[in-house]
Design a binder for this molecule. Sequence first.
Ligand code: PMP
Length: 367
Amino acid sequence: MVPLLPDDAGWNFSAGPAMLPRPVLAQIGEELPDYAGSGQSVLELPFSGAHYRDIAARAEQALRALLSIPTDYAVLFLQGGASAQFALLPLNLLGEHEVADYVETGYWSAKCIAEARRYCRLNVAASSADMGFDRVPEPGAWKVSPGAAYLHITSNETANGVEYPWTPVRMLTPLVADMSSSFLTRPVDLGDYGAIYASAQKNIGAAGLTVVIVHRALFERERPLTPAVFSYRRQAEADSRLNTPPTFAVYVAGLVFGWIAAQGGLEAMEEASRDKSERVYRTIDGSEGFYRCAVLPSFRSRVNVCFRLHEEALTPVFLAQAREAGLFSLQGHGKVGGLRASLYNAMPMAGAEALAGFMCDFAQRHG
Ligand code: PMP
């Protein structure tokens, strides 16, 4: 039996690759040399063989059960990260439409827009750039295009700590969402979306896997130059085995989906995400300005708490002392700066408590 890491091993607040549930890590360690008595490591299993096909089918079933995914949506296990999807969305979903709508709410939606623009006529329906990405723009003011192929949002801005508190439903065009950092942290009604996608290294497991869930009615929109391995239709027809899939990452994803179900599913993840993030935001708001969060309260991310110290020069001191206290990877995104605590599903309340306790101590010592 591979032992679980003790809590005093420290807490990893990285935005991704991020913490994995400790029971999942222990199971990987146990099964790694010999998968299910096959005499082979899961890393060595052929992707067309019965063992891997079973691993992938069970991972898909577990994900379908968690999200109650209707049968008219395909679940794809792809490579290339969420960044590849920035280009692949127009290639797969534009069809005969001339324009696609995008909402800009932070660093990642801006990256997505810059890439997608190379493949389609793109309308920025709304942006909070002028407000320093402190909110989601009011939907009543979004300038959506008549006949747009789809409307793209970034459900949670990992670098800026901004999250949609609601789903902008019934906008006439299919809604498409980059859910990379908030995937599986609360229930989602797939019926509100044409497609959602997420890279794995935050809430799903190991880097290298990108999950795309797409309504099958959209397959006919594929553009002729779409690379075969990135064709939603062709990968769906091939059960995501048109070429070698990220087999190990799919195996880990299946374990994580099972772990989430055992914790009580997405309702339990939602409650835990709310409690953990509220613990840290309360510490920020109660610090009399020692810590500051620029995001308006109703748009604050439950999974990426972004904040700053009143005195920027203290940031490296905070990071060094946090590391000594076993609190790792709290630096903000490279392009945003400041501090960021990522509180994905695998982070237990004890980690958020440890961080909040450290923040209070630090403020007392340096305030
Ligand atoms: N979108 C969001 C919201 C992200 O947080 C990230 C990664 N941090 C990406 C896209 C890019 O993901 P990848 O590195 O897997 O391409």
